[in-house]
Design a protein around this ligand. Structure first.
Ligand SMILES: [Zn+2]
Ligand SMILES: [Zn+2]
Length: 691
């Protein structure tokens, strides 16, 4: 990897750490849960534990189940909560995990191994269990509860060496078992659950710790201690095996995202590779052997006779990674990456091949980043876009690719936020700029939106806090000035263009509530740069909204004389004095739901003055031809459903789209009733107009 970084091939970034669990016990195996924010661990202190994320953001064990010996290998089938657990003693247990994750109940114990279980695989479709242990035995069990005697193995097969990993092509009942010498055993399981061996797949030179089957493409992925990943295309008429070279340490995890067609690989040095698999790669060239350089004819050092006749010193033999010919060092001076042959790091190429090498043959396809942690296992859930890694230091980390950034906003105030990188950043030419509404902070639900746009739409996403709020600078604190907030959208776009070194990047802007109004004004001003707009539950008219807030009217009436000067603080949410419906929903959102430390329930008095005179609807008529998606909640009492629909119908020209969703003003945020619809509509809009 070091070479790759120096040569600028593949980008190495540090992913954002979401969470860390210090387990303090040797971790034998772990799995990410899909349905819950949680993890299942098999620990060396003989316990099985489920860790769930609590309100505080920390993970705590919800259940701790002690076994007769240490659990060593897990397989969890989430739909029916069946957990299979192989142990150091050779026993394999089947448990049912309770709905609330507070209990693990033993269902069955499977016998037949006498020594540590290395791998387990469960097929729900065929109701069978495959197990491999240290004594080189592979067993097959029926898991059907109606089968008597199911705890005893139905079929058994002795491998030439220890089985390390198992997967299965369930449609054809083909089992694949990676072993400790680098072979992948390829066995058919007949109707009587007996193994019928085929010739093993041989290509690795080190233990095959990871196997993964993709039923859609019929590709088998294998990761090995020899640092390579091999993609075996078993459906191809002649069978194609493409080697993926980019890691410089043994592979400890592979995962496949079939929505985005990405292979994720992890090596023991903590490097993560992200490989787009919708690219046609070619089989790695076989190395030719020769007694002299196949270009200059100089003899290699073992070719004593030629050395005498040519009066030459013998040279060392090297191989060109493109044509595979045996060449001397002099005839192969250039180093290039050859991603179409699976080499993401720089490799030796002969002088002949350099002449015919096209530029597109050397463009990196995969990207790499560094966990900066010795790693023993990696798991990834595509739905949640979260990666888990188990460190050699007995910690479990959850990672995502998000960077903390800062840039100058209006009046040179430093704004801070997050920049999300799409996984295939080389192909992404579009970005989204997002910020929150009235006093909202980025931690209040914007991450969930950004993550979806980034992962499912392959967009760069920039999320930041407004000046004087959250992590951003600016004085006086908590001063809500719509005019500087509007200008800051432009500063954020400047930052993006510079940071991504691309003045032509397609930019979409997203706003919610107060900033849902800002995006109208920004769109009108920045017609050249903005390709589309998403505005949810927008502020339409400060004057109209004020009419619904007696408490704010009172404050305004009190200090008409010092309109823009008053920097005294007043509460944003005042449960006692306001219209109950309004304050309850505000209170629920800011205080109960996102009780984040950074948010403080106050703002300057002049924030209300500025609000009362702010009429973003006036910019709507000038937005066209920028496509606008407006998302309106049917029971919005804070910015008024009627005002929003009225403005949309009378002021907005085509292209436009209105989406009406159930619920009130705050129903559009994560974990609320309309979030799923809202985020999907916004994503589709960006995909339609930004790509
Ligand atoms: Zn030569
Ligand atoms: Zn060559």
């Amino acid at each position: 990897m070091a070479a790759a970084i120096d040569e600028g091939v593949g980008k190495v970034r540090r992913p954002e750490l979401l969470n860390k669990i210090d387990v303090e016990v040797v971790i034998n195996d772990a799995l990410l849960l899909t349905s819950e924010d949680g993890i299942l661990t098999a620990l060396d202190d003989r316990t099985l534990r489920v860790w769930l994320r609590r309100q505080t953001g920390k993970y705590w064990p919800s259940v701790c189940h002690t076994l007769e010996s240490s659990p060593t290998a897990l397989y969890y089938y989430e739909p029916s909560r069946r957990l299979f657990c192989g142990c150091d003693s050779g026993l394999v247990h089947e448990f049912i995990v309770a709905d609330d994750f507070n209990k693990i109940t033993l269902e069955c114990t499977y016998f037949g191994h006498q020594i540590r279980i290395q791998a387990v695989y469960f097929s729900y479709r065929h109701e069978l269990l495959l197990t491999a242990c240290r004594e080189k035995k592979l067993n097959c069990y029926s898991t059907n509860p109606i089968d008597e005697n199911r705890q005893n193995a139905r079929g058994s097969y002795t491998l030439a060496s220890m089985g390390m990993s198992i997967t299965m092509d369930e449609a054809f009942r083909q089992c694949f078992i990676g072993d400790s010498t680098g072979n992948i055993h390829f066995l058919k399981l007949n109707a009587n659950n007996r193994f019928e061996p085929n010739k093993p797949l041989s290509g690795h030179t080190g233990s095959v710790q990871n196997l993964l089957w993709d039923p859609d493409t019929k590709w088998l992925y294998s990761g090995s201690f020899d640092t390579a990943v091999i993609v075996w295309d078993l459906a191809a008429p002649q069978g194609v095996a493409v080697e993926l070279n980019g890691h410089s340490d043994r592979l400890v995890g592979i995962s496949y995202d079939n929505l985005r067609k990405l292979l994720l690989t992890c090596s023991a040095d903590g490097h993560i590779g992200v490989w787009p698999m919708n690219v046609k790669r070619n089989e790695t060239t076989i190395w030719l052997e020769n007694d002299s350089c196949q270009i200059c004819r100089m003899p290699f050092f073992w070719n004593i006779r030629e050395m005498w006749t040519q009066k030459q010193i013998g040279l060392r033999q090297h191989h060109c990674r493109k044509c595979g010919r045996a060449v001397c060092d002099k005839c192969a001076q250039t180093r290039k990456a050859l991603p179409l042959l699976g080499y993401e790091t720089v490799q030796r190429i002969c002088d002949d091949c350099i002449k015919t090498l096209r530029n597109d043959e050397t463009v990196p396809l995969a990207s790499f980043y560094d966990l900066r942690q010795g790693t023993i296992k990696m798991d990834y859930r595509q739905g949640k876009k979260v990666m888990m890694s188990i460190g050699t230091d007995r910690t479990i980390k959850m990672n995502f690719r998000r960077e903390n950034i800062e840039f100058f906003g209006k009046d040179n105030v430093i704004l801070r936020g997050w920049l999300y990188f799409p996984s295939s950043s080389s192909s992404s030419q579009s970005a989204i700029v997002m910020t929150h509404g009235f006093s909202g902070l980025k931690e209040m639900g914007l991450d969930e939106f950004a993550r979806t746009f980034c992962c499912d739409g392959n967009f760069y996403v920039l999320v930041y806090d407004h000046q004087t709020f959250g992590s951003s600078d600016g004085q006086p604190r908590h001063d809500i000035n719509p005019y500087s907030q509007i200008d800051d959208y432009s500063y954020a776009m400047n930052y993006l263009e510079n940071r991504l070194n691309n003045k032509n990047i397609s930019i979409g802007i997203w706003g919610t509530s107060y900033s849902g109004g800002h995006v109208f004004v920004v769109g009108k001003r920045e017609k050249r740069r903005i390709k589309c707009i998403v505005s949810q539950v927008p502020t339409i008219s400060g004057k109209n909204n004020l009419a619904r807030r007696p408490q704010w009217q009172k404050i305004l009436a009190e200090d008409q004389h010092c309109l823009y000067e008053n920097r005294e603080y007043i509460p944003i949410v005042n449960q006692a004095n306001e219209n109950m419906d309004l304050s309850n929903s505000f209170y629920h959102f800011f205080v109960d739901k996102y009780n984040c430390n950074e948010w403080i329930n106050h703002m300057t008095r002049r924030s209300i003055h500025l609000y009362s005179q702010y009429e973003p609807w006036k910019s709507l008529i000038d937005l066209s031809p920028i496509p606008l998606l407006m998302i309106v909640a049917k029971q919005d009492t804070i910015t008024s459903t009627e005002d929003q629909i009225d403005a949309y119908e009378k002021q907005v020209l085509e292209p436009k789209r209105l989406v009406l969703v159930d619920g009130g003003h705050f129903s559009v945020y994560p974990n609320e009733q309309s979030f799923e619809i809202v985020v999907k509509e916004a994503l589709d809009w960006f995909i339609k107009y930004l790509k």
